[in-house]
Each structure stands twice: as C-alpha cells, then as structure tokens.
Design a protein around this ligand. Sequence first.
Ligand code: SF4
Ligand code: SF4
Length: 74
Amino acid sequence: MNKAKFHLEFNHDKCKGCELCSTFCPKNLISMTGHINNKGYITAVIEHEDECIGCLSCATMCPDGAIAIFKEDE
Ligand code: SF4
Ligand code: SF4
C-alpha cells in the first residue's frame, strides 16, 4: 500500500513572518528561515517535510494564504 506524502509550497512573497503556521503545526515541522523577503519579513519554511501528516493546520491558520499543500503517492 502506498503511503501518502505531502509537499508544501510557501509563497514567500505573501508571507508576513507571523509564525502562526509554525505555532500550530502539531509536528513542529515549520521554522522561520532567516530568509528575508522583499517586504522585509522573515519567512517560514518546512523542515523534514517527509514527516508532514497533511493535517492542513498550517495552511488553515495562515492569514495570507501563503501555504499550499499537495498530496503525493510514494
Ligand atoms: S500540514 Fe500539518 S503536519 Fe504538515 S506542516 Fe502543516 S501543520 Fe504541520
Ligand atoms: S502563517 Fe503564513 S504569513 Fe504567517 S509565517 Fe506562516 S506562511 Fe508566513
């Protein structure tokens, strides 16, 4: 049986560095990179994407719609 995997894409230009996605990830997979976008905000990034359970909390919490989640089959 194939195990579901998830791929996250962050729109760094939309990100305001509010850290809500990071705060609400139950697996604590999202960190703030230190990368500064063109608006001067430090942006979010996922680490250990292979551990993502696809709960959508991060995308739901993001006030700027900056996170898209795709389901992939292994
Ligand atoms: S979908 Fe859920 S587990 Fe995956 S990064 Fe977002 S909050 Fe974390
Ligand atoms: S919730 Fe959205 S705007 Fe806030 S840090 Fe995460 S990706 Fe950026």
